[in-house]
Write a new protein. Sequence first.
Lengths: 313, 332
Amino acid sequence: MWAYVIRRVLATIPVMAVVALFVFSLLYLAPGDPAAIIAGDQATPQDVERIRASLGLDRPYLVRFGAWVWDIAHGDLGTSIFTNLPVSRMIEQRIEPTLSLMVVTLILAISIAVPMGVVAAWKQGTIIDRAVMGFAVLGFSVPVFVVGYLLAYIFALELDWLPVQGYTPFERGIGPWFQNLILPAIALGGVYIALIARITRATMLEVLSQDYIRTARAKGAGQVSILFLHALKNAAVPIVTVIGIGIALLIGGAVVTESVFAIPGLGRLTVDAILRRDYPVIQGVVLLFSFVYVLVNLVIDLAYTLFDPRIRY
Amino acid sequence: MSGEPLLSVEQLQTHFRTPDGVNRAVDGVSFHVYAGETLAIVGESGCGKSVTAMSILRLIPEPPGKIAGKINFLGRDLLTLSDREMRKIRGNEISMIFQEPMTSLNPVLTVGRQIGETLRLHQGLSSAAAEQKAIEMLTLVGIPSPETRVKDYPHQLSGGMRQRVMIAIALACNPKLLIADEPTTALDVTIQAQILDLMRDLKHRVGAAIVLITHDLGVVAEVAERVVVMYAGRKVEEARVADLFANPRHPYTQGLLGAVPKLGSSLTGETTRLSEIPGLVPSLKNKIQGCVFAGRCFMATEVCHTIAPALELKAEGHAAACHYAPVEAVAA
């Protein structure tokens, strides 16, 4: 088990190296010259050239990549071209709102979607099942920003139950913190809920037709115990897998959600950095997201062993 | 056998609605089981014997299934009980063993937990007490080092061991009736013998009556006292085991017995071709006119195709549903 964990952690190194190369190249190939943007409209070609040299953008590609990786290995994600602040500091300042949003969304989505899928499978073919599946299609097809504005309009503007936008740090109390996160979390969680509910229903349908479910019935087990103990534990591996894969959806969705609800998180930072062609910030953020994703998948793989005793590493 | 039967099934009908008509899997079957006896229900695949077994515990999903008739168990008609009352009977007063030991145990729960579940449900034991009792049950069914095995998962056990665990689950609450649906079919012959011995032994200890569903006449001869022969969802013959083997009355039963290979027959030079019953079981989706077996019966006449024979006593304790079954004088 521990040998496996160490092996998996070591395996993230080449993965991250490939990600780093990709991130670096993508921006190198993208159009737009940061030196020109910083210099502004009035700048002479000499000014632009000077700025480019000061940023090191005139050096060859591989040299820049090597230097960049070397710095990252030493914990230095570079300095923002625009604000002149270290990228790691900027990320540090913005990480709490994003992390809060993702954790709340994750908990909310799982606690809604899994029971939904279970009940849909149990009541297969009934109106309940069709309602759940209909909701899932809706969740897939309506974009985050539409749901976001709609929720904000209904619950914040019309009913005045919740704040329209913004973010309250966790240290100022869990109540205000949570109030600010409910609407964004629902908006962001829509697709995620749909995805988890669907896979839960599909897997549960398969599990419920198994012989051991019949055995459980023959033993006199109640419906709740059959669904949530006997069946759900057997259905857990595919569900957990999809929850893990879905984290990528959340990361992408967080960028949009933070814009809609004016949350000062990493998503907003990313959008702003892209608009300003702030290369070091973009690279730092994308690298962080990739690392989180790789880490989440490792955790998911280890979580399998909790649910299925036949899986051993 | 005398007195009130433990279980009496009357005119059991289990039908399934399917897109192309109603499947009459069990169509008017009646039988009794007395306390402490072993009744075998035999027949070939698809004759409705497993559906009969599952109908008793109401494990048939409704819909598409529909169970009608009467199933009297200790003075209660099981078909009129609520789901909650039925759950109190399942695994407690009536329990069941299934054919597939490889798939009938939950792969993600320990065997101790699975044995303990019925004890916790029906006897309100704490989880510690249930585990203790589970160890006792594992000892009873002959699993070595039960203290460690109780923490094992099903995939760590062999097929025979798993069937022993199933038996342990079934007997944990001292049921009055045990329904065993082809309990040995999926096992090696040597393991089959062990499991049958175990069931016979435990039956005496626990005092449970057994309904044994099987297609294996060897198993019937080994453990049963009375036999019900089913064909196409109906009961075609019922007799004590010795009578049935010595003197089968229904042509279908005769055919079944003729299809049993005799051990060592090729060595002694008596290699005769096994007799087989020509044709296939009729579709249960159409209402059958006349005798259900008429289409495959070597002695069928016109009357067989038009009038269904009633199940009648042909000798003492020996009933058959055939127009031409030989009759002996029955003591009134």
